[in-house]
Design a protein around this ligand. Structure first.
Ligand code: NAD
Ligand code: DAU
Length: 355
């Protein structure tokens, strides 16, 4: 079996659902169920004994030790994190605790477990650390996309905490030989994306007749990847990635935020027109920019394509349409995640108009 952390979040839940759809290997899912962890993401597995949920914190060394001893996973896939840049600006402490101390705890627990394994199990064991392109900082408009050799220059508390975790993971390979692999991925989108992030926020605010908040001039560029393609990349790395290696994963879909928001508005104009017949783009509102906002991210994914044969399957136009349809068809999921805690965040960050 494999041990997954953060499997009730956006990418972790998609990973577990996809994993159990393509193989029968059980998954132990260690998740603290923070505001971002949602068991409704895993509702399809409610009666599936291949998924074992353990509610707990990755910083709890005794718990992690006990899980490794009891389940003897052949791999640990580490998603759990505080993941939202804006929240890291409001309150960085939780990011240092989970993203830095949490990784340290997992690496130390995995090292103790792995060191005691018999030779063949030891050689097969993998610790896969899921990271982000944000560790590389911001790209100039004409600069080449981030390759694995790009220097680290994180700019937000979130990206700095992820950069620190990458350095720890890398060091545990170099110093102790722990078979670590790392992936640095671009912006994901798709089902179960928590609506604090741009794409689901825009879809749901549009439908609710609320402003669509675009930070600054809206010309910041992100490289969007459909979440199942990210999950497939991680499966390839687990199956064939070399210990000590980093793989950059991206969609080759660079787009300014404003163009992305307009694309979502145009899709909604077709799929669910406003009652007054006006275009949703009328709801776009420029708001104050994110402090330290990175201008551009783009990924050079040629290494994972060349060495592991991975390529994204979803185009941006098919992926974004699927995503918009998913939110239209999952009203109950949407209603539940937009609970009191979500409304508090919206008011705190955007003010009353978005509540
Ligand atoms: P998310 O915020 O949706 O989910 C995070 C999950 O981790 C939640 O289920 C939460 O309950 C759990 N968690 C948080 N703190 C925990 C703790 N201390 N112990 C145990 N569980 C804890 O995040 P996501 O968007 O699914 O991102 C998953 C991973 O992928 C993160 O490491 C993130 O840095 C990375 N990543 C995300 C993106 C993206 O676009 N979302 C892109 C590249 C990399
Ligand atoms: O690049 C990978 C990263 O992508 C992951 O590591 C992070 O976990 C994930 O949250 C995401 O970070 P971003 O900051 O790029 O995602 P977000 O959806 O928050 O914002 C996308 C862009 O849209 C960014 O330029 C900020 C802008 N934005 C965001 C929000 C929430 C707005 O203009 N308005 C908004 O209200």
């Amino acid at each position: 079996m494999i041990l997954v952390t953060g499997g009730a979040g956006f990418i972790g839940a998609n990973f577990i659902l996809d994993w159990l759809a393509v193989c029968d290997e059980p998954v132990v899912n260690l998740d603290k169920l923070t505001y971002a962890g949602n068991l409704e993401n895993l509702a399809a597995l409610a009666h599936d004994n291949r998924h074992i949920l353990v509610e707990g914190d990755i910083v709890d060394r005794a718990l992690v030790d006990a899980l490794l001893a009891r389940h003897r996973p052949r791999a640990l896939v580490h998603f759990a994190a505080e993941s939202h840049v804006d929240r890291s600006i409001h309150g960085p402490g939780a990011f240092i605790r989970t993203n830095v101390e949490g990784v340290f705890t997992l690496l130390e627990a995995a090292r103790a477990h792995w060191s005691a394994l018999p030779r063949t199990e030891k050689a097969a064991f993998r610790f896969h650390h899921v990271s982000t392109d944000e560790v590389y900082g911001s790209l100039a408009p004409e600069a080449a996309p981030f390759a694995e050799t790009h220097p680290y220059a994180p700019n937000s508390p979130y990206s700095a905490s992820k950069a620190a975790s990458d350095h720890l993971a890398r060091a545990w390979f170099h110093t102790y030989g722990l078979p670590v692999t790392i992936s640095n991925c671009s912006n994901n989108y798709g089902p179960f994306h928590f609506p604090e992030k741009l794409i689901p926020l825009v879809i749901l605010n549009a439908l609710a007749g609320k402003p669509l908040p675009v930070y600054g001039d809206g010309l910041q560029v992100r490289d969007w990847l459909y979440v199942s393609d990210h999950c497939a990349a991680i499966r390839r790395i687990l199956a064939a990635g070399a210990p000590g290696e980093t793989y950059n994963v991206g969609g080759g879909n660079e787009m300014p935020n404003l163009a992305l928001v307009r694309t979502i508005c145009a899709l909604l104009d077709t799929l669910k027109p406003r009652a007054d017949g006006q275009p949703y783009a009328r709801q776009i509102t420029h708001v104050a920019d994110r402090p330290g906002h990175d201008r551009r991210y783009a990924i050079d994914a040629r290494k994972i394509e060349r060495e592991l044969g991975w390529k994204p399957r979803e185009t941006f136009s098919s992926g974004i349409e699927k995503t918009v349809r998913w939110y239209l068809e999952h009203e109950a999921w949407v209603a539940h995640v937009q609970s009191g805690a979500y409304r508090e965040w919206m008011t705190r960050h955007y003010g009353d108009a978005h509540d």
